[in-house]
Design a protein around this ligand. Structure first.
Ligand code: GLA
Length: 402
């Protein structure tokens, strides 16, 4: 696994800790392909794990301290295993600390360690660098202090290393527990009430395939992805208070579901939303309308993919963006410009904002042979329209972590 990230993170580790790391892990970022803000509504969503990673290099230490360095932030973060608390000077470490606390809650025992973190996922682009860091942290702790998560809670007997010192692969049911730990870390420690999309995508990705998630049954399928190019355009505009805005959307969805007599919007249909509009506030109506139509779009998108109708699938991507923009209202001027420009390029099948929104990136499905011309066109036209320099990223669809 001598990829660039692994080499770079090993070098970073050696530079800071003056030793060779005992273990390295990496977890990929993800792109949400279709299904915006459907996951925490018990809905359906499709994603892709892509070849951008968070890599972590670790070694145990004997003094009960944990020391973290990151290539993305200037200061080291150091704390004792007995005192895992937030440090406002190093908010990036919260994702690691949140996971450590969740593992402890599950009964996992760990001692001190050194860790270096290096990533190739652009931060704030909506490609889930945070979930990759959470997943990577849990995998790194497993390498250092082997444990086996029992589906539904608790631990089973720890796995044994083979003659080469390797641990057995993590079966799917246990991988789901890793995803839940990452999500709980973010919900309870970081304070973003995210769904489980990002963590599942990072763990259940499959090369050239979609991660197709049913968030009610927590089942995952990996249908093949057509051989089109997947291109990310990062608007480079991040809005403040992302956590606050995200949690507010979730609250509106939950309120709407309750007023419509459901636990989650998954079981509500758009006609019920329309018929009961008077029961809802304007924002609840808008959020419910987006989520119910979006879940239906994921169903229809799945059918189009299976039938090989990429043109139709792309249309659902455009419709998804319009619904996010007009109803969920988590788009931005810059994301709208990116989607509008993409829609005018003949090789673009579909484009939409990807992830939480309020800034970040768009995902574009583009005819393979014209990917380069599309990228040049987007770079040129986005700068013309906004004055912002942006380099589109062509992504490969890869296997998940573990
Ligand atoms: C963020 C969250 C996910 C999901 C998406 C929107 O990425 O972390 O759980 O809600 O936004 O679909």
């Amino acid at each position: 696994m001598a990829t660039n990230e692994i080499q770079d993170v090993s070098n970073l580790f050696r530079k800071h800790f003056n030793q060779t790391p005992a273990y390295t892990v990496r977890a990929p970022g993800r792109l949400e392909l279709l299904g915006n803000h459907t996951d925490y509504n018990d809905g359906l969503v499709m994603a892709l794990a892509v070849n951008r990673y968070i890599a972590i290099a670790v070694s145990p230490r004997a003094d009960g301290k944990i020391e973290l360095v990151s290539s993305a932030f200037p200061n080291k973060e150091s704390f004792s295993v007995d005192r895992i608390e937030k440090n406002p000077a190093a908010p990036w470490a919260d994702y690691v600390k949140g996971v450590l606390l969740q593992l402890r809650k599950r009964g996992v025992h760990f001692n001190g360690f050194n860790a270096a973190i290096h990533g190739t996922i652009p931060i704030g682009a909506g490609m889930s660098s945070s979930a990759a860091l959470e997943v990577g942290t849990a995998l790194a702790v497993r390498k250092l202090f082997p444990f086996k998560l029992r589906p539904g809670g608790g631990l089973d007997e720890a796995p044994q290393r083979d003659s080469k010192g390797e641990l057995p692969p993590i079966p799917p049911a246990e991988r789901l527990e890793f995803a839940k730990i990452g999500q709980a870390a973010e919900n309870e420690f970081v304070g973003v009430k995210c769904g489980i999309l990002d963590q599942i995508s990072s763990l259940f990705g499959k090369a050239q395939c979609v991660v197709d998630i049913d968030c009610r049954s927590l089942t995952v399928e990996n249908p093949p992805m057509p051989g089109e190019a997947v291109i990310v355009c990062n608007s480079s505009v991040k809005h403040e208070l992302v956590g606050g805005e995200y949690n507010e959307l979730r609250q509106n969805c939950e309120n709407a579901a309750r007023k419509l007599g459901a636990k989650f919007l998954r079981t509500v249909e758009v006609k019920d939303v329309e018929a009961n509009k008077a029961k809802l506030t304007q924002r609840e109506y808008e959020c419910a309308r987006h989520v119910t139509t979006e879940i239906a779009r994921v169903v229809a998108g799945g059918k189009a993919l299976r039938e090989g109708d990429h043109q139709q699938f792309g249309q659902y991507m455009f419709q998804s963006h319009e619904s996010s923009r007009d109803f969920l209202k988590n788009s931005t001027k810059e994301l709208d410009i990116l989607v509008d420009l993409a829609s005018k390029h003949p090789a673009c099948l579909g484009a939409r904002l990807t992830g939480g929104g309020f800034g970040g990136a768009t995902i574009n499905l583009v005819r393979h042979h014209e990917a380069l011309s599309f990228m040049e066109y987007m770079q040129r036209e986005y700068e013309k329209a906004t004055g912002i320099k942006m380099t589109p990223i062509a992504c490969e669809i890869v296997d998940g972590a573990a």
